[in-house]
Design a protein around this ligand. Structure first.
Ligand code: HEM
Ligand SMILES: Nc1nc2c(c(=O)[nH]1)N[C@H]1C(S)=C(S)[C@@H](COP(=O)(O)O)O[C@H]1N2
Ligand SMILES: [Mo]
Length: 389
């Protein structure tokens, strides 16, 4: 979770802040090691699909794990010595951190996309708290873990029915009851229940990321599930034009595209943009919330060709993108030079053989391979090459 989470963070191109990443006071935690690539085009779809699907599938495992140590969490007296106090503190950060990450993550994918407001920042800092505490916890617990796993064989355990289920032998961990009641469930029953819970969550979630026939059973998916409509624009919509207050006149005949670099600027009507060389690219939309569309056939003008229109014929720089959308978090973004230079990176005018629908970003939208959906700005009106916002 931590690795795919940090990769999602890197995919925002956080160095292009303050537009792409508005995490306050991130300091050295806000590091990035590389420019986010455009190959393979499905990279972000895979990584963020794994982050969110794995997160959902881990819920029963997390709950079972917490249940198994519950007596320890409330042991009395809470602190016995300095080293005990430190260990308790690390457990507090570990359990608190993981619950916090799961709760914020699930709220985000189920209820609301809130960027760059508090979710993104809280989940980012929560991840660092969690991983710090996790590393400390593992370092202290590895010997116990190895001993416990070596003490019995998985195969034997799975063959033991309820009537032959014995309590744990007494030990000094404080987790074994001194006066165990008769078992009500075998260990295999407990494992099976958790496994079945996870498998069920996998089935009702994974389709939003994997697509294909699995989409039909993605019942827990608020966006990536079945019934995204029909026709050329019949794929998932994150925010509709109405949701974000796009008015008919913003995207009607008066719409213009402004392309700038330094003090060069050109202004084009949609017909003029359509008269430029049109290129196709088959690419998905992969939202940071983990859902994604199957590949769609986009067509439009290459970002590199638009850079050339304002004099940047070789090695174009990055581009600041602005939408007609007035308020809200999605108004603008910055794409980096490697994204502009990829020949599949388009200012798309059409999808699946028809004009974009208003909800998919008509008159023009960004589509860039391996780009998080959030950076594929809809209703684009201005591109500033080499510019920041
Ligand atoms: C220990 C558990 C977890 C860790 C360490 C973790 C870590 C991270 C990190 C570092 C990021 C990138 C920074 C950010 O965007 O804020 C991230 C993003 C994200 N995580 Fe998690 N995460 C965890 C659990 C979850 C769970 C359970 C879910 C939901 C099922 C989830 C959903 C998300 C989403 C939707 C994003 C993208 C947010 C955005 O870019 O706006 N995470 N995660
Ligand atoms: N202007 C603008 N562009 C936007 C958004 C938005 O709300 N406003 N949503 C973004 C997000 S989060 C995603 S996932 C994609 C979704 O594109 P779609 O609705 O065409 O599937 O558009 C992106 N571009
Ligand atoms: Mo998104």
């Amino acid at each position: 979770m931590f690795v795919t989470g940090l990769l999602s963070y890197a995919a925002y191109n956080p160095d292009l802040s303050p537009v792409n990443d508005q995490t306050p006071d991130k300091g050295i935690l806000g590091f990035y090691l590389f420019s986010w690539p455009t190959h393979p085009y499905w990279l972000y779809r895979l990584l963020q699909g794994v982050h969110v699907t794995l997160g959902v599938v881990l819920i029963p495992i997390l709950l079972a794990k917490l249940w198994s140590v519950v007596p320890k969490l409330f042991s009395w007296p809470p602190v016995r010595s300095v080293s005990h106090a430190l260990e308790r503190l690390s457990v507090l950060l570990l359990v608190g951190g993981v619950l916090f990450e799961f709760i914020t993550g699930i709220l985000n994918i189920q209820l609301h996309y809130i960027f760059p407001g508090s979710f993104y920042t809280l989940h980012f800092y929560g991840a660092w708290v969690f991983i710090g505490a996790f590393v400390v916890h593992i370092a202290f617990r590895i010997p116990t873990m190895v001993r416990a796993l070596r003490s019995r064989r998985m195969r034997t355990e799975l063959r033991t029915p309820l009537e032959r289920t014995e309590p744990e032998p007494a030990d000094d961990t404080g987790l074994v009851s001194p006066r165990p009641a008769p078992p009500t469930m075998s260990r295999r029953g407990a494992l099976g229940m958790v496994g079945l819970g996870s498998a069920t969550l996998l089935v009702v979630t994974a389709g939003q990321s994997i697509g294909g026939p699995l989409r039909r059973v993605a019942l827990l998916a608020p966006h990536g599930g079945p019934n995204p409509g029909s026709g050329p624009g019949g794929f998932q919509i994150n925010k509709t034009a109405a949701d974000v207050g796009i008015q008919a006149r913003d995207i009607g005949p008066d719409w213009r595209l402004t392309v700038r670099a330094g003090n060069r600027q050109i202004v084009l009507t949609r017909a003029q943009v359509l008269a430029l060389p049109q290129h196709g690219a088959s690419l998905p939309i992969a939202c940071v919330e983990g859902w994604s569309t199957d590949n769609q056939d986009w067509s439009g003008v290459r970002l590199a060709d638009l850079a050339a229109l304002v004099g940047l014929h070789t090695s174009p720089p990055g581009v600041a993108v602005e939408s007609v959308q007035r308020g809200g978090a999605f108004r603008s973004t910055v794409l980096r030079d490697n994204q502009v230079r990829d020949s599949r990176s388009l200012l798309a005018l059409r999808v699946n053989g028809a004009d974009l629908t208003p909800d998919h970003g008509y008159p023009a939208r960004i589509i860039v391979p391996a780009n998080p959906g959030v950076h594929n700005t809809k209703w684009v009106t201005r591109l500033t090459f080499g510019g920041t916002l």
